[in-house]
Ligand binder design. Structure first.
Ligand code: PEP
Length: 253
């Protein structure tokens, strides 16, 4: 059975002290028997990553992750952070290709393919984001765009590498807008992604790959989205900054 994943993307929010406070608050609100079935991942800003990892180090089901990384492991790339550095900070996951990185930092599918290589070569798990902007959905070309993002960003991987990948479907029009994809829209796209994986890597790998949904997920809509057969969890932005809301979403798994 594939894993359920609930990941928090804090984006450029929280100082180091605030990050630790949010971790402590989140942990204190989780029921003792939690998380029943889900792997929980907290992705703070880089500057807090080592501290957050340290705060989670005795926890067996809550892990830390980064929001991005460079495609090289070291070198003259001022201001950048490598997968090796992320690993040394105690994190196990890296979000790749978030739409804000694609949009504001011009990340390309080709760069993301290289980043996926570096992340995997360090033994980290990529959370690979894909999703269409509003104009693409309105022109009904969202299936083609998703196919391109996933094919160029991930399908160069060998099967044993791909087995470690988590995919996040995040329609850009639903991110931070309060406009959530309907349960049917989410299921349709997740099913399509799984179909692509099946064609590339076969039935077993398709059945095992977690595909999570991101875009204005909150306590009021989480249960419906998470109950869709191909929705294996969530990538949560805004609602993950409020411990109570985030924990409610975890409980909806
Ligand atoms: C995100 O940034 O990955 C995200 C899903 O944000 P939000 O939940 O705020 O829409």
């Amino acid at each position: 059975m594939r894993k359920k994943i609930i990941a928090a993307n804090w984006k450029m929010n929280k100082t180091i002290n605030e990050s630790i406070h949010l971790v402590e608050e989140t942990l204190s609100l989780l029921p003792a028997d939690h998380p029943r079935d889900a792997v929980v991942i907290l992705c703070p800003p880089f500057i807090s990553l080592a501290k957050v990892s340290e705060a989670l180090q005795n926890n067996k089901k809550i892990f830390s992750g980064a929001q991005n990384c460079h495609w090289e492991n070291f070198g003259a790339y001022t201001g950048e952070i490598s997968a090796a550095m992320i690993k040394s900070a105690g994190a196990g996951y890296v979000i790749l290709g978030h739409s804000e990185r694609r949009q504001y930092f011009n990340e390309t599918n080709e760069q993301l393919a290289q980043k996926a290589n570096t992340v995997l070569s360090e033994g980290l798990i990529p959370i690979f984001c894909c999703g269409e902007p509003l104009n693409i959905r309105e022109s009904n070309t969202h299936f083609e765009l998703l196919q391109e993002q996933i094919t160029k960003g991930l399908f160069h991987l060998m099967e044993d590498e791909f087995r470690h990948v988590i995919i996040a479907y995040e329609p850009v029009w639903a991110i931070g807008t309060g406009k959530v994809a309907s349960e049917e829209q989410a299921q349709e796209m997740h099913e399509f992604i799984r179909h692509l994986i099946r064609k590339q890597y076969g039935e077993e790998v398709a059945g095992l790959t977690p595909i999570i949904y991101g875009g204005s997920m909150k306590p009021s809509n989480a249960r419906g989205l998470l109950s869709q057969p191909d929705v294996d969890g969530g990538l949560i932005g805004g609602a993950s900054l409020e411990a109570a809301d985030f924990v409610e979403i975890i409980k909806a798994v």
